[in-house]
Every structure is written in structure tokens, then in C-alpha cells.
Write a protein that binds this ligand. Structure first.
Ligand code: F6R
Length: 240
């Protein structure tokens, strides 16, 4: 795993934006795997800016988001559908039919997960997967100690994740207890992976990722088996 330590959040986002822009310029029909949460917001702002400056064209790009709460409707303002529309998709020229996000209210959960996997394969596979990391080392919603060779599946969120994500809701009781997520196997099939980590609260997870052997308590350590992973973090996440 390669890593870049940036001085702050803005520099981390700028570095990641460079990588994603290069991917799209070199391959205009790239398939991107995208994350939600606080960490990539600055990257999405930069990508929107580049689009507005006519420096990036998303018309050939296809996207697959990592995860979605369950149960939640797409028009709920806390859904990841809503997050992606407001931070990125409504502001760039991506074709709606090229956007893929797991349905948070599927009639048949297993079919939804199977179809998502098939759609990724049909697209030619994810060229570049963007990831954040949970305080507990999760990637996507692959929580510590869970089945870490899974494909897309429904999972229970841990109390740590529910508490962390409560900041986006009125109170902790409103945070869904479950989510649909790409599994570690799905993530590892991406051709290239960028993992972002910012702030002191991610230090323990980053330290574990960089120093521990692969283990199920820090799901991000599974990335060590992948040949092309780039960790971009800021000083606070790196040094603590
Ligand atoms: C989001 C996701 C999560 C987040 C992680 C970090 O789609 O899959 O793994 O990347 O929880 O969240 P933030 O960036 O809010 O600290």
C-alpha cells in the first residue's frame, strides 16, 4: 500500500481530486466507486468546480456507491441517494442511467444485492474505488469481526458507527440500525482503490491499517491484499 500524508484536509482533497481527474481524463468512460460521509465532501466540491470550469466531463462516467442505509427511502434527506444528488450528481453532467446506488427499500434484499453485483460486472468492473474509513476501521459498512469475504449484503451497524453517524440525524434513535453495503470482496475487485482519512479521530484506524497484519477487527487491513491501494490522509490522522 502506498500512502501520502498531506498537511490538512484541503490538501488531502486536492490530492484525491488530482487522482480522480486523471482517471476520468485518461479513461472518459471510467467506472467509479463512490463513498458518502464527511470525508469526501471536499473532493466532490473540487470535482464540481472542475466540471464548471469545463476541465472535466462526466458524460461517459458510471458510478456505483458503496452503501445505503436500510430501511430508508431515496427521497429521505438522510439517505445516501440524497447525499450524492446534493453534493455531486445534480451539479455535474453525469447521465442518470449511469448512477447506481443500492435501494434502501428493496422488495427483495437478496435480489437487490445480487443485481448490484451483476451490474458492477456488466459495467466492466470498478476502475477506481474511493473509500473513507470508520473510527473502528470499517470500509463501506463492513464492520469489525463480520464476514469479511462477503459480496454486497445487508449488515447490522455497530454502536460505534451508529453513534458516529448520529451527527447527521436529529438524534441517535433516528439512525438506521442496518445498511446495504458492498462487501470486502466487491471492494477488492476494484482495479484501483483510494482510501481517505482525515482528522485525529481516524488516527487509531490509520495506525492499525499501517502497522497491523490483516485482521477482522480492522476491516480496512483487508486492503493489504490488493495490489493498487493509495491511502491519502492528513497529518492529524497519520500522527494523532
Ligand atoms: C460511506 C461509507 C463509510 C464512511 C466512513 C467514514 O459511504 O461507506 O465507510 O466512509 O464511515 O465516514 P466519515 O467520512 O463521515 O468520517
Amino acid at each position: 500500500m502506498r500512502f501520502i500524508v498531506c498537511s490538512d484536509y484541503a490538501e488531502m482533497c486536492a490530492e484525491c481530486t488530482k487522482q480522480i481527474s486523471a482517471q476520468i481524463i485518461l479513461k472518459p468512460n471510467s467506472v467509479l466507486g463512490l463513498a458518502t460521509g464527511s470525508t469526501p465532501i471536499g473532493v466532490y466540491e473540487n470535482l464540481v468546480q472542475l466540471y464548471q470550469n469545463n476541465e472535466l466531463d462526466f458524460s461517459g462516467v458510471t458510478t456505483f456507491n458503496l452503501d445505503e442505509y436500510y430501511p430508508i427511502s431515496a427521497d429521505n434527506t438522510q439517505s445516501y441517494h440524497f447525499f450524492m444528488q446534493s453534493h455531486l450528481f445534480s451539479k455535474i453532467n453525469i447521465k442518470p442511467q449511469n448512477i447506481h446506488i443500492l435501494d434502501g427499500m428493496p422488495a427483495d434484499i437478496e435480489k437487490e444485492c445480487r443485481d448490484y453485483e451483476k451490474a458492477i460486472v456488466r459495467s466492466g468492473g470498478i476502475d477506481l474505488q474511493l473509500l473513507g474509513i470508520g473510527k473502528n476501521g470499517h470500509i463501506g459498512f463492513n464492520e469489525p469481526g463480520k464476514n469479511l469475504n462477503a459480496t454486497t449484503h445487508l449488515t447490522d451497524l455497530t454502536e460505534t458507527t451508529i453513534e458516529s453517524n448520529a451527527r447527521f440525524f436529529k438524534n441517535v434513535n433516528e439512525v438506521p440500525r442496518k445498511a446495504l453495503t458492498m462487501g470486502i470482496s466487491t471492494i477488492l475487485r476494484s482495479k484501483k482503490i483510494i482510501l481517505l482519512a482525515s482528522g485525529f479521530e481516524k488516527h487509531m484506524a490509520v495506525q492499525s491499517l499501517l502497522t497491523d497484519n490483516i485482521n477482522t477487527q480492522t476491516p480496512a487491513t483487508m486492503l493489504k491484499v490488493h495490489p493498487d491501494v493509495l491511502l491519502i490522509c492528513d497529518k492529524e490522522a497519520y500522527e494523532g
